[in-house]
Write a protein that binds this ligand. Structure first.
Ligand SMILES: [Zn+2]
Length: 267
């Protein structure tokens, strides 16, 4: 078995995968359901679609938390259906999709995983057709989900999906459990405010990260403090008041994570 479901609240499920420690969501209504993220290629997306179909035959709506391939490239097997995302998610998939496919195919080959390289290479990227600027509400089988864009953070298009009746918030990669947050496409100085917005929106809800097991408010609060600390170090280095080495030494995160954050300054 490639993944396994956990039920985090009434008819709100998370499917966990060993590959990249990924978490995707499923919200079940009466006569409709919401699939949150679609995995990293068409074969992986087909596996997810088949597993959702073992649970419900209701029509589905897809929501993408952001444009990174591991969350958004598996959409094709769900078509035809509405696909929601932030407007910049669509723009990033248009601008970077083909290049990302090539880069990951190369990486998988270097890792000795030719099957995965072929899977990502032959994947047809599906562009979202329901675009969110700040906020949107989606109803699936009578169940309401609120899609919010709270600002730039892990990427420029992170969408937060709240399911108010269940007390669950899907955070995408704005929150990461089990590994340091990923800064490669991040906005280190803005991430703290965006995550603060998520904390305000989430209250005591269960928070589902894009990678790792679901977490609680205390976890997100602690991660917020760490991301704020990294932002502070970035500011000091940018102002010429601290060396990169000193920032690495003081950072709550490993050297490569901190250096990636520093490299993003002005990005
Ligand atoms: Zn990501």
């Amino acid at each position: 078995m490639e993944g396994h479901w956990i039920e985090v609240a009434d008819r709100v499920l998370v499917r966990r995968y060993a590959e990249l420690d990924l978490s995707v969501g499923l919200v079940l209504g009466d006569g409709g359901c919401l699939v949150i993220d679609t995995r990293g290629d068409e074969r992986q997306g087909a596996e997810l679609a088949a597993e959702v179909r073992r649970i419900t035959l209701d029509p589905w709506t897809v929501v993408l938390t952001h444009a990174h391939f591991d969350h958004s490239f598996g959409t094709r097997p769900f078509m035809e259906c509405p696909v929601w995302a932030h407007e910049d998610c669509r723009a990033d998939l248009v601008a970077d999709g083909a290049e990302t496919k090539e880069a990951w195919a190369r990486r998988y080959r270097e890792q000795g995983r030719p099957d995965m390289a072929a899977d990502v290479e032959k994947t047809e990227i599906v562009l979202p057709d329901r675009l969110v600027t700040d906020r949107a509400e989606v109803t699936a089988g009578g169940r309401r989900a609120v899609l919010s864009y709270l600002g730039r953070g892990h990427s420029r298009c992170d969408l937060v999906i709240a399911v108010p009746d269940a007390g669950v918030v899907f955070a995408g990669d704005l929150v990461e459990n089990g590994a340091p947050p990923a800064y490669a496409d991040a906005f280190p100085l803005e991430w703290p405010d965006t995550l603060g917005g998520l904390l305000g929106l989430a209250g005591d809800a269960v928070v589902v990260p894009g990678h790792g097991d679901p977490v609680d408010r205390a976890f997100v609060t602690a991660q917020h403090a760490e991301i704020e600390a990294v932002a502070g170090l970035c500011r000091e280095v940018a102002a010429g008041r601290m060396s990169r080495e000193e920032a690495v030494r003081r950072s709550p995160y490993p050297e490569d994570t901190t250096l990636t954050a520093l490299d993003r300054l002005g990005g």
